[in-house]
Ligand binder design. Structure first.
Ligand code: PEP
Ligand code: MG
Length: 617
């Protein structure tokens, strides 16, 4: 232990040695403040944990002809795992500040796309077979070839080209890490509550940081607009990037304070800095506790209207979050997870076990099970050979969702049968994706009733009244034919993600047109209004389950349009509930009328901002 005033011996040391040697604390070392770019707000008090990135070492490897299929399977599995990781991150989006959502969502969609039936994966699969390369080597070679082609493009936007090439390499790195089961070694031993200090953090690293574990991140390199900054904001980890002189100044074990909004890291913080940081932390904790308390309170407007707030579920692992968030059931159970990571579709019994577990976990709360929405960007790699994939230049306009299921009715029958077999255990509803004409709902219902009759003949006990069969309204065609579809369906779930994409002819995964993707475009809102009114006229349940539902600022508009049921990412529920509890339905209706008179999306966005600022006051 050093005594006060004792000079620190500073023999020249290697970086590794420096990292491993905690600095002995000094009683009164002067505060050293390093400023950088404030990229993610929040305050942290903790100890520095300095580390450098460990890149997985993957020597080139050739394979024998007999190993080709096994290598391709490894690649498919690594892609599925990577998609899951990115998907998890995407699931957190709804709790982020709007600006971070806007930045991150197209990027993550692009990642997911690259991890689907993309040029990268198709090329790597081909290299495995034709060049007899291991999956890792094939991925790296293909990524380099794509990156080189991007960089060779004639385009003045060099930064944009670099960014796109970087994204391909980033995804390749993730695939290789998953293929080699390489944990993020450098981040593995980070102690709870540490302030991570590093030269550089890639977006992939950031994506794997555990927000509950890491108090803050500070880097020497990096800027406000990079993907790493976006990821850190996405994870809600306070962060300051681009701190010059950071790695030379900070040592493992140093006491530090980080203020991600002000953009500084204070090493050996003074008593004043610590006091201010503690105050900030207390305010943060108060806000969290306030949201936590909401769990037990009803989602009720100030004039006593109840709003149903449900959760969207992508994988069963999210189930515990639903209760914590106070979800009133599952408004959208995406069943694609059941079809992932396997060579064949799940059979009826496989599906029964999965649905039973979820339905039982939800007790009496509703569980809306959507049948497989295969196709478009949701193509599931492992099943590419067994399920008909949409072909042609516009897969999103091809054999997707219910269209594919009606073409392969045995898949729909197995899924209906499994759902019907668990329907007596809780409060189940069945939802059809990608409906465009009423006849598709009628055809699905015919199959549904036929399956029910067969099950009854087999001696299965089904509820006397079959669970309601609803339609997703997620294409402009379905929205404009909503009055006719309402005669065939028992309820509507409006999928604003696809509705915006199909209405505006903007692929959400396409970064170059991401600025045109806007659910507040009057065309999207008018289609929603038409569908909502068609349902309300028939007193038919209608909800929104697209991302819009999880944005607290859009709640006044959605309630004003007549909606009383919203389904969203579970983590978004507390903030949405908070918004609901501050609203008056007449105000919302007036506001919605005003919005619906507008023709300019920009003006609508401004009105939404103005209304939410008014509510905050
Ligand atoms: C939607 O399109 O809004 C929707 C909820 O479905 P998914 O996001 O699964 O396509
Ligand atoms: Mg959809």
């Amino acid at each position: 232990m050093k005594t006060e005033g004792q000079a620190r011996p500073e023999p020249p040391r290697g970086a590794e040695e420096r990292r491993k040697t905690p600095r002995a604390p000094k009683a009164a070392e002067a505060e050293k403040r390093l400023t950088g770019i404030p990229v993610s707000p929040g305050i942290a008090i903790g100890q520095v944990y300095d580390t450098t990135e460990a890149t997985p070492e993957t020597p080139r490897r050739s394979i024998a002809e007999a190993e080709v299929e096994a290598e391709r399977t490894r690649l498919s599995e690594a892609a599925a795992l990577s998609r899951k990781q990115v998907g998890k991150l995407k699931a957190r989006l709804a709790i982020l500040p709007e600006e971070a959502q806007e930045e991150l969502e197209p990027l993550l969609d692009a990642y997911i796309l690259m991890l689907g039936n993309s040029r990268l994966l198709r090329g790597a699969r081909k290299r495995i077979g034709e060049e007899l390369l291991s999956a890792e080597t094939a991925v790296q070679d293909e990524a380099e070839a794509i990156a080189a082609a991007i960089l060779a493009t004639k385009d003045d936007d060099k930064a944009g080209l670099n960014r796109r090439a970087g994204e391909v390499r980033e995804i390749a790195r993730r695939l290789v890490r998953n293929l080699t089961a390489t944990p993020f070694r450098s981040l593995k031993g980070v102690p709870q509550g540490a302030i991570l200090v590093t030269e550089e953090l890639t977006p992939a690293d950031a994506a794997l940081l555990e927000p509950g574990r890491i108090a803050a991140v500070c880097t020497e390199e990096g800027g406000a607009d990079g993907h790493t900054a976006i990821m850190l904001r996405a994870l809600g980890i306070p962060a300051v990037l681009g701190c010059h002189g950071l790695t030379a100044a900070a040592r493992r074990g140093d006491a530090a304070v980080v203020d991600g909004a002000a953009g500084f890291l204070a090493l050996h913080p003074s008593a004043e800095t610590l006091a201010a940081a503690r105050e900030g932390l207390a305010a943060q904790a108060k806000e969290r506790a306030r949201l936590g308390k909401l769990r037990r309170l009803p989602a009720e407007t100030t004039d006593g209207q109840l709003v149903e707030l449900q959760a969207n579920l992508e994988i069963p692992a999210e189930l515990p979050l639903l209760d914590q968030a106070g979800a009133q059931g599952i408004g959208l159970l995406r069943t694609e997870f059941l079809f992932m990571n396997r060579p064949d579709p799940p059979d009826e019994d496989d599906q029964v076990s999965a649905y039973r577990m979820i339905v039982e976990a939800m007790g009496h709360d509703p569980v809306t099970i959507r049948v497989l929405d295969w196709g478009g960007e949701k193509e599931i790699e492992g099943l590419a050979d067994t399920l008909p994939a949409p072909v042609g230049p516009n897969p999103a306009l091809g054999l997707r969702g219910l269209r594919m299921l009606l073409k392969r009715p045995e898949l729909l029958e197995a899924q209906f049968a499994a759902i019907l077999r668990v329907s007596g255990l809780g409060n189940v509803r069945v939802l059809l994706p990608m409906v465009t004409v009423p006849a598709e709902v009628a055809a699905a219902r015919e199959i549904y009733e036929r399956v029910a009759r067969r099950l009854r003949r087999r001696g299965e006990s089904l509820p006397e009244k079959l669970p309601p069969l609803g339609a997703m309204i997620e294409t402009p065609g379905a929205a404009l034919a909503a009055d006719a579809i309402a005669l065939e369906a028992d309820f509507f779930a409006i999928g604003t993600n696809d509705l915006a994409m199909y209405t505006l002819a903007v692929d959400r995964a396409e970064i170059d047109v991401a600025h045109l993707y806007d659910p507040l475009h009057p065309a999207v809102l008018r289609l929603m209004q038409f569908a909502i009114e068609a349902a309300l006229r028939l007193r038919m349940p209608v909800s929104v389950c697209g991302e819009m539902a999880g944005n607290p600022k859009l709640v006044p508009l959605l309630l004003g349009l007549g909606l009383r049921s919203l389904s969203m990412n579970a983590s978004a529920i507390p903030r949405v509930k908070q918004a609901v509890r501050g609203l008056d339905i007449d105000d919302c209706a007036r506001f919605a009328r005003r919005v619906m008179e507008q023709s300019d999306p920009q003006r609508i966005a401004e009105l939404v901002e103005e209304f939410s600022r008014r509510e905050e006051r």
